[in-house]
Write a protein that binds this ligand. Structure first.
Ligand code: ADP
Length: 413
């Protein structure tokens, strides 16, 4: 059975084609700059054919899907003979609202429910819907499944997800904390449970998805009981360009400071110009920030004391401190700790961030093995637990696409 996994953003569309008997990736790629000019990078994985990496007009998501199918099936770059070999499509859908606690096959009712969640995720759900409609048009009759970022967090108790604002907004408008990155938290927490012996009962795991978007989850007995993101992915830790949790009054303060800026434009500052980029003034990419921070003057005054490197260091300090603070709060929420998991772009690749988050955790008797941490190879599971640590510290590469493919296979069967 071949499953095409689609992750559609507003101007991008990532895809992977899986052969599910062996869970093998046949091809993967990304359409970029959809609606602007268009670029496709397509990588055949299973047969050694060349990579296609070129500008190509992509006016809409429909054209993007058609180009992807053409590349998947063509003689030069293809991995299957025809689109008949695509048996099902699995879609990442960011916001499933209160309705979806698990993945579902897409039908008219499901489409309407995803549409109804648009006010809760105006940046994401419309793009996900465009991806679904484009696939329905390009490969009609092929079953499609929606896998929701929010679904794994449906087990969070009411006292952790209801905002202390007038209750009517929750009751009438579904305004509550939902959490995101659920497929990733689910995948890596299940891997950690396997490693801890396979029995979810009694496990208390904190999964740290540190990528461009950042969220932590407290996973007790295999179920999410709290997470850092809220009604939107803006809440929680500072991220590449997002501020994370701040005093809400900042919205009116920044608006006033900018001469009466509209709410939309002020929110844009908090979503796109804040976080690591906002503090460092350099980049939203942790590699750039770490590189700038590494030149920062040490306590003895040696090194670069320019504001650029000092601010890069400050951005990292804020990030690691906030991550550690949330970890501490989740130890309390779960009444203990079995393991901390680092995953996603930063969590998997930045030994600096892992080390500096764990530096704060002496108070809860957790430590990391610095040698293992600094030499951890890319892309593999590594136990980084330091000697005497009361909980495991694990590096677990995430694989959200595989989760989507597995759910799709399970549902379509
Ligand atoms: P997304 O949330 O878009 O899926 P990823 O999980 O791919 O993002 O993470 C992207 C982030 O990972 C970027 O900020 C990037 O800088 C960071 N990253 C990737 N490699 C490294 C590295 N070697 N060191 C530090 N950060 C890294």
């Amino acid at each position: 059975m071949n499953v095409l996994v689609i992750n559609a953003g507003s101007s991008s569309l990532k895809y992977q084609l899986f052969e599910m008997t062996k869970e093998e990736i046949l091809a993967k790629g990304m359409c970029d700059r959809i609606g602007i000019d268009g670029h496709l990078k397509h990588t055949p994985v299973s047969n050694g054919k060349p990579v296609y990496d070129s500008d190509i007009p992509l006016p809409t998501h429909s054209e993007a899907i058609n180009v992807v199918i053409e590349k998947l099936t063509c003689a030069d770059y293809g991995v299957i003979d025809s689109l008949m070999e695509i048996n099902a499509v699995g879609h990442r859908v960011v916001q499933g609202g209160r309705k979806f606690s698990e993945s579902v096959q897409i039908n008219d009712d499901v489409l309407a429910a995803i549409e109804a969640c648009v006010p809760l995720a105006p940046l994401h759900n419309p793009a996900n819907l465009m991806g679904i409609h484009a696939c329905m048009d390009a490969i009609p009759g092929v079953p499609q499944v929606a896998v929701f970022d929010t679904a794994f967090h449906h087990t969070i108790p009411e006292y952790a997800y209801v905002y202390p604002i007038p209750y009517k907004y929750y009751e009438k408008n579904d305004i509550r904390r939902y959490g995101f990155h659920g497929t990733s938290h689910r995948y890596v927490s299940a891997k950690a449970i396997d490693y801890l012996g396979g029995n979810a009962e009694g496990t208390k795991i904190i999964t740290c998805h540190l990528g461009n978007g950042v969220s932590l989850a407290a996973v007790k007995d295999g179920k999410s009981i709290d997470t850092t993101m809220g009604v939107t992915p803006l809440e929680g830790l500072p991220m590449g360009t997002r501020c994370g949790s701040v005093d809400p009054t900042l919205i009116s303060i920044i608006s006033d400071l900018e001469g009466g800026l509209s709410i939309d434009k002020t929110m844009n500052i908090l979503n796109k110009e804040s976080g690591m980029l906002g503090v460092s003034g350099i980049s939203n990419d942790f590699r750039d920030i770490e590189s700038a921070a590494s030149k920062c003057a040490d306590d003895s005054g040696k090194g670069d004391s320019s504001s650029a490197s000092a601010r890069a260091k400050l951005a990292l300090d804020i990030f690691c401190y906030q991550a550690a603070k949330f970890i501490g709060s989740y130890v309390v929420a779960m009444g203990g700790l079995s393991a901390i998991v680092f995953t996603a772009g930063v969590g998997e690749n930045s030994s600096y961030v892992r080390s500096n988050v764990c530096r704060y955790l002496g108070g809860v008797n957790v430590c990391i093995d610095e040698d293992k941490n600094s030499t951890a190879p890319r892309g593999v599971f590594v136990d980084l637990t330091g000697e005497g640590s009361m909980a495991k510290v694990l590096l677990i590469p995430t694989d959200e696409e595989l989760v989507i493919a597995r759910d799709t296979k399970l549902i379509i069967g």
